[in-house]
Design a protein around this ligand. Structure first.
Ligand code: GRG
Length: 295
């Protein structure tokens, strides 16, 4: 696992450089907006989703420069979702990645616009010829990402999450909510390599199945960290779900069963990778990292 942590850090460094380049700031009247976009995107986060894009791309020998652009676009979308999720109208959080949230550091209007601009920049990056020489591949990337993060994906999941504050959800309902809210973007990250590499359908289906289990495992661990974690270590406010009276995997299953479910899902995720032999080792390590993480 120590070697894997080094690999994750190395990958995060490469993503940081690419994001720094893609979010370049020059001197113009709207620079404060770019500064807020950079504030919320650079210098933090585990970069799990970009790692998934890079690792899935390696399975199909995709050019590193292309994979880095897609990985960075995914991270921009993730950071947009964090900025908007932290706003007073949503979770009203003041701590993210160990620092003041975007609307606290800047102001609410700037935070809304920084999120909007990160989202649109992500699609601009995917549509650029440097991302892939084949326009059909670029079109597929754009369509699949849009599908993953719109009403049938992340934003739809967020709406269900807001509604959950006033409803007692069951396990199947929470599972569906989380599959949309976090699972779909994780799914796109895993399948991005197959899209870039024009992989056979069976390979893409295996990655889809891996992501399906990994995404849920990731979310259960997030719920566990909310209960067991310490804000200084996790980098965001903890004990939020209990305070809000929100039904989560942990509140419904209890800590022990939630943990064993997360472990079981991570191992199940790994089993979908057999087709790729040892080339998928980074994806296997990532699944094990996800269940053992402390932040
Ligand atoms: C507001 C459009 C909109 C969407 C919000 C994904 C999401 C939907 C909100 C993010 C807030 C949140 C706590 C989501 C649960 C998913 C999750 C565990 C996010 C944190 O992801 P990590 O752990 O964070 O990968 P880092 O900081 O490491 O990138």
């Amino acid at each position: 696992m120590t070697d894997f942590k080094a690999e994750l850090t190395e990958n995060a460094q490469a993503i940081e450089e690419e994001l720094d380049h893609l979010l370049m700031m020059d001197d113009r009247p709207e620079s404060r907006l770019v500064e807020a976009m950079r504030y919320s995107t650079l210098g933090g986060g585990k970069r799990v989703r970009p790692f998934l894009v890079m690792a899935s791309s390696q399975l199909f020998n995709v050019a590193r420069s292309c994979a880095l652009r897609v990985a960075s676009a995914v991270e921009m979308v993730h950071c947009y979702s964090l900025i908007h999720d932290d706003l007073p109208a949503m979770d009203n959080d003041d701590l993210r990645r160990g620092r003041p949230t975007c609307h606290v550091e800047y102001d609410e209007a700037t935070a809304i616009l920084a999120g909007d601009a990160l989202l649109t920049r992500a699609f601009e990056v995917l549509g650029h010829p440097a991302t892939h020489s084949d326009p059909q591949v670029r079109c597929d990337l754009v369509t699949e990402l849009a599908r993953a993060i719109g009403v049938d994906g992340m934003v739809g999941g967020q709406v269900l999450d807001l509604m959950a504050e006033h409803a007692a959800l069951t396990i199947p309902e929470i599972t569906r909510l989380q599959r949309l809210k976090t699972g779909k973007l994780i799914g796109f990250s895993c399948e991005a390599g197959a899209i870039l590499g024009k992989a056979p359908e069976a390979a893409r289906a295996a990655l889809h199945a891996y992501a399906h289990d990994l995404g849920l495992s990731f979310q259960i661990v997030d719920d566990l960290l909310d209960v067991e974690g310490d804000a200084a270590e996790v980098g965001k406010k903890t004990h939020k779900d209990g305070t809000a009276g929100k039904a989560t995997f942990v509140s419904l299953l209890g800590i022990e069963r939630a943990r064993s479910q997360a472990n079981m899902l991570a191992e199940q995720a790994v089993q979908h990778l057999e087709l790729f032999k040892e080339k998928a080792d980074p994806l296997r390590d990532l699944a094990r990292f996800v269940v053992n993480r402390r932040a």
